[in-house]
Design a protein around this ligand. Structure first.
Ligand code: B12
Ligand code: SF4
Length: 506
């Protein structure tokens, strides 16, 4: 009998949870071929107890975990280590963005045996087959793998070309449902009463130097067709009554044709949706396209504005045709159409001198205010620049020269300051002084007071009025320092910033 496999999704959010697409897709690649269980750390009060109980049966040999940076590490690291200590014959396999981008620290920890580097659709089943057949000499022929050979050398096998997404096996929703009722994943958000999360494409055709998608996908992008996406949406609508979708693709809007086709298909289903895209890409859509999308339920689009400064956009390798002017034009253009632009900004980029870093922060704050004037419905997300190790990029060289480096040991990523770094809320970048961080954060607090996010639908009516009145005095007079009264209200009303744990849901 074959050994069993446990596929684990470490806890990533405290409240209502999204369907764990990463482990679902990993499961799809072995469904019907291997015996496997899912453990979702989001839905278990004590996931370790559950994991251990499976391994105590003696039937399990493979502990496989998806790993994003940030809070997921808090379960992924200790559990993987414990498994190796308690069950030394067990094999541990990691995948996901953290595992791929920080592979050296993972592999050198000595408790992560293999990393699936990028898509696991072929790599994962091939690796399991080779291990089950004791065919170790074949492992180096499997693409998308990282591991240590007998001499301790880290082997990184070549990358697989991206597969046609329509040819992939369907996600094993019903298998997941045996462990966790799928209803648990369909939550109430500002988009609708039952919100479904879906991932319809892989990668991104751009190569922004600050983005974690780039080292893995290297400018490649492949998508499911509009019809396939619609079939899945329709199945969830008919079976579970969903009325909203978050598209978690890195770049849902890459193909205009696909988006318009999907919009026409979903037009009469009463589904509200949200996705992530690029300003310069979507700005090329016609007004008619945008109106079709709006009619078809597109409520909000997340857009990486990053900064309004054209030189910095170049430094970030933003590519395409995005400029400060395009951001403004697009904000203005969407206002009458009624799709809400959710602009994300990255503040605190390195510069030649502290004065220049500060001047740029102040400039970006002014730019954000201009955007709000042009389209007050715009949502603003502010991140502090957190480096991503895109080896070889000019920006990465610049940040290393400025004294930044990642932790060398895997367990060091568990230090609270690195968790905050992962959440892009507290960079450990030496060029940002506490004064600069305060400046950004105080502005963010005042902005979130005067313009609370529409995605936290609890902040409305009187609460919203009070918050706006108090914050309005500060916003209008540009007094951002010590916004304790706004912070207190945010705390009392548990204001949820969407960039940390996703949209507020219940
Ligand atoms: C959904 C999502 C979330 C959800 C939670 C997801 C969940 N599982 O519950 C929420 C909103 C909570 C979230 C939060 C954060 N996220 Co997030 N998130 C995503 C998002 C949009 C989709 C992930 C997904 O479902 N992908 C679909 C699956 C199919 O793709 P995949 O994960 O890449 O999996 C494939 C391969 O990687 C591989 N694989 C993956 N896991 C495994 C495991 C095994 C065993 C194997 C063999 C293979 C394998 O095989 C899969 C199939 O081929 C991604 C971006 C993206 N589009 O992927 C960002 C992303 C992963 N998140 C990111 C970040 C930084 C965060 C945060 C840490 C910070 C932030 N402010 O966003 C927070 C905090 C996390 C937390 N609280 O733990 C970054 C990671 C960046 C980096 N430096 O590596 C990403 C890439 C977004 C980005 N472009 O910056 N996130
Ligand atoms: S367009 Fe977005 S997802 Fe694509 S590389 Fe740039 S930041 Fe990353």
């Amino acid at each position: 009998m074959k050994n069993k496999i446990l596929i684990f999704n470490p806890r990533s959010a405290n409240a209502k949870h999204r369907i764990p697409n990463s482990i679902l897709q990993v499961g799809a690649s072995i469904y019907g071929k291997h015996d496997f269980v899912f453990v979702d750390g989001n839905l278990e009060s004590d996931p370790w107890k559950k994991i251990k109980s499976y391994f105590d049966t003696g039937d399990f040999k493979y502990f496989c975990s998806t790993v994003m940076p940030g809070p997921q590490l808090k379960q992924a690291i200790p559990y993987t280590k414990n498994i190796k200590e308690l069950f030394p014959k067990c094999i541990t396999i990691w995948g996901g963005y953290f595992a791929s981008n920080q592979f050296k620290a993972c592999i050198e920890s000595d408790f992560v045996d293999y990393i699936v580097n990028g898509p696991g659709d072929i790599a994962f089943p091939s690796l399991l087959d080779a291990l089950e057949d004791n065919n170790y000499s074949e492992i180096n022929t499997i693409k998308n793998l990282i591991y240590q050979d007998k001499e301790g050398i880290i082997i990184q096998t070549p990358k697989e070309k991206l597969l046609e997404q329509d040819t992939l096996p369907p996600l094993p929703y019903q298998h997941l449902n045996q462990f966790y009722n799928l209803e648990h994943y369909l939550s109430r958000t500002f988009l609708g009463e039952k919100t479904f999360s879906y991932h319809s494409s892989l990668g991104c055709p751009f190569t922004c130097s600050f983005c974690a998608v780039v080292p893995i996908y290297e400018g490649r992008w492949k998508a499911k067709s509009a019809q396939t996406v619609y079939n899945d949406v329709k199945y969830f609508k008919d079976t579970y009554g969903i009325d909203a979708i978050e598209f978690h693709d890195n770049n849902f809007f890459t193909s205009r044709k696909r988006v318009v086709e999907f919009s026409n298909l979903v037009m009469n289903d009463g589904i509200t949706w949200w996705g992530e895209g690029r300003i310069d890409t979507i700005n090329k859509y016609s007004d008619e396209d945008l109106i079709t999308m709006k009619k078809a339920g597109c409520k909000m689009i997340f857009l990486g504005a990053e900064t309004g400064n054209d030189d910095i956009l170049k430094q970030m390798n933003k590519g395409g045709t995005q400029t400060g002017q395009t951001i403004k034009d697009f904000a203005k253009r969407l206002a009458p159409i009624g799709i809400i632009p959710e602009f994300s900004f990255v503040l605190g980029m390195p510069a030649d001198s502290p004065d220049k870093v500060m001047a740029q922060i102040e400039w970006d704050i002014k730019f954000i205010r201009e955007i709000k004037d042009l389209n007050p419905a715009s949502e603003i997300i502010i991140y502090l620049y957190s480096p991503v190790a895109t080896e070889g990029s000019e920006l990465y060289e610049q940040i290393q020269q400025a004294g930044f480096s990642f932790p060398k040991k895997l367990e060091d990523w568990l230090n609270p300051e690195w968790e905050k770094f992962d959440l892009r809320k507290n960079p450990l970048t030496p060029w940002l002084t506490p004064e600069m961080v305060d400046k950004i954060k105080n502005f963010e607090t005042v902005l979130n007071g005067y313009y609370p996010t529409a995605s936290d639908f609890r902040i409305r009516g009187l609460k919203k009025k009070i918050l706006r009145t108090i914050a309005g005095v500060r916003y209008q007079n540009q007094i951002y320092k010590y916004p304790y009264e706004i912070k207190a209200l945010h705390k009392i009303w548990k204001y949820r910033q969407p960039e940390i744990q996703g949209f507020y849901s219940e």
